[in-house]
Design a binder for this molecule. Structure first.
Ligand SMILES: Nc1ncnc2c1ncn2[C@@H]1O[C@H](COP(=O)(O)OP(=O)(O)OP(=O)(O)O)[C@@H](O)[C@H]1O
Ligand SMILES: [Mg+2]
Length: 246
């Protein structure tokens, strides 16, 4: 069971988009995949058009069991919902005196039967995010090529390194350039800088593609909404890369 978090403390860099669409691509390749929404925005279920019942919050708070919270969204693609109720789960984590960083890992300890468990995380650095880093083994870090990409990423990676001191086996599998636009010179320049800073760690980019922003509104992933789009091709490529790196 590969456990991967899509994470970056910066907002709007396509964490949710890559998590959902890489997950959909893995499921289509025949990998049994679970998406866990660790964000109070609760966008994973909405993006896939499934109704959220009991989810991660209830699981962490001991009000629901693992069997109650796994929703089958598509063939091979399952979801544990996030959403506003996670605020309560964060309070519970904050109140724990000992090993509060392991609350999520304990709640998910009996999870079985998946090839991939993908976590969509919130744009913050809070107790739940730290719990995510203690649960997964791999991090994928989407970085937007539209804005000042490198700003903040150094700080974020510094914090990840702090966690790595205590969490053996946590590694950064890749940095995913997102919102890449070949027509804009800045996009190529930022990508080049990223490759210089992180040699060998930069994965193939996800191009800017309006279909990717439209699909969630229809409750569809990109392979349903626009399977011939650049967005579909780019996420299929990322899934292939992820699957290869076992
Ligand atoms: N490659 C892309 N091309 C065009 N639009 C995109 C692309 N990737 C994501 N988007 C859109 O950009 C917005 C931000 O993406 P997304 O919600 O995935 O980011 P996020 O990092 O999860 O944000 P947050 O930090 O709020 O959780 C969304 O409206 C999404 O549909
Ligand atoms: Mg998000």
């Amino acid at each position: 069971m590969r456990k991967v978090a899509f994470t970056n403390a910066k907002g709007g860099v396509a964490k949710t988009t890559t998590c959902v669409n890489v997950g959909a691509a893995l499921a289509r390749r025949g990998h049994r995949t679970l998406l866990i929404d660790c964000d109070t925005q609760g966008q994973v279920t909405k993006s896939l058009g499934v109704r959220a019942g009991e989810g991660l919050a209830e699981l962490v708070q001991g009000e629901a069991g693992l069997e109650d919270v796994q929703i089958e969204a598509r063939e091979n693609l399952f979801v544990i919902a996030g959403g506003g109720t996670l605020s309560g789960a964060k309070r519970l984590i904050s109140r724990r005196d000992m090993r509060s960083e392991l609350v999520l890992s304990e709640a998910l300890a009996d999870l079985r039967g998946y090839d991939f468990v993908l976590l969509d995380t919130a744009p913050s650095w809070d107790v739940l995010n730290v719990n995510c880093l203690f649960y997964v083994e791999e991090l994928l870090i989407p970085v937007s090529m539209e804005v000042l990409a490198l700003q903040g990423i150094g700080d974020f990676l510094g914090r990840v390194r702090q966690v790595q001191l205590y969490r053996e086996g946590l590694r950064i599998s890749g940095i995913i350039p997102t919102f890449y636009d070949a027509r804009v010179r800045k996009s190529a320049e930022i990508l080049e800088q990223l490759e210089q800073h992180f040699p060998g760690a930069v994965w193939p980019a996800v191009r800017y593609n309006s279909k990717l922003s439209e699909a969630p509104g229809f409750g569809q992933h990109i392979f349903e909404y626009a399977k011939k789009s650049n967005g579909a091709a780019d996420h299929a490529r990322l899934a292939e890369r992820l699957a290869k790196g076992a």
